[in-house]
Design a protein around this ligand. Structure first.
Ligand code: HEC
Ligand code: HEC
Length: 189
């Protein structure tokens, strides 16, 4: 009699565990993704603003999602657009204000979920750089990459070119299983 109960419990436990597993991984993916900014599913963001951002800040390089940097860094970047990493990236006042608000409202530390939270946690009380690529989280995650894959790779050139390796960067997905380094192929950890 006892044995039978165990058997039933076992049978029941399997689907329960599987459902829990699926639920967890779904949730995790959703939180990992910065997708909401660019698919208009974030109720707080006007799609016109994401379009403006992509047009104005995505012409010279990949349009970095706001959650990749803390508000303080975005504030400094937006305050010095006339001297933007050696380039002039000045905007009209109204475009600058709209983009500045968009970046600050959705910055790491303000957007409370997945990747932005991890970026803030990893930074601890270190000072805040202007570059995503100088944030502690970033340097830690990319520490295994060789210069031949990045700086000396003519198809990449710099870590700033997220989308040359992260195939779904434009959708805000940076999963390590979705990385293909030009000339080196798929990343196998
Ligand atoms: C005229 C070209 C140009 C425009 C327009 C431009 N940028 Fe840049 N941006 C650059 C250059 C050049 C760099 C340095 C890239 C490098 O070192 O490889 C840079 C770097 C950055 C970085 C640091 C990336 C890293 O390495 O972590 C951020 C963040 C950034 N830009 C944000 C913006 C924002 C926000 C806007 C719109 C307001 C913008 N950029 C518009 C040229 C531009
Ligand atoms: C030269 C190719 C390359 C470039 C350029 C690059 N990455 Fe990565 N990135 C990788 C690889 C490879 C990994 C996985 C590293 C590992 O697991 O050891 C990774 C990991 C990550 C992770 C962690 C993913 C996870 O599943 O934990 C994030 C987030 C990330 N990159 C964001 C960025 C952003 C944002 C940029 C641009 C500012 C960028 N990366 C530029 C290759 C690149």
């Amino acid at each position: 009699m006892k044995k039978k109960y165990w058997l039933i419990a076992g049978v029941l436990a399997v689907p329960l565990l599987t459902t829990a597993g699926v639920a967890l991984s779904d949730g995790d993916n959703r939180h990992k993704s910065l997708l909401s900014w660019f698919t208009n599913t974030n109720p707080g963001i006007d799609p016109k603003t994401t379009q403006l951002y992509t047009d104005e800040c995505g012409g010279c390089h990949f349009p970095y999602q706001p959650g990749l940097l803390p508000a303080n860094s975005w504030e400094q970047i937006m305050g010095r657009l006339d001297d933007h990493f050696g380039e002039n990236a000045e905007l009209t006042e109204s475009n600058r204000d709209a983009i500045r608000n968009f970046l600050l409202n959705n910055a790491a530390g303000r957007a409370n979920y997945g990747l932005p939270n991890k970026i803030m946690a990893a930074q601890g009380d270190r000072s805040l750089p202007l570059r995503i690529t100088e944030m502690r989280y970033f340097t830690y995650e990319h520490s295994e990459l060789q210069p031949a894959m990045v700086r000396d790779n003519p198809e990449v050139g710099s870590f700033s070119n997220c989308d040359s390796c992260h195939q779904s960067a434009k959708q805000g997905l940076y999963d390590e299983h979705d990385v293909r380094i030009p000339g080196f192929g798929r990343w196998e950890d």
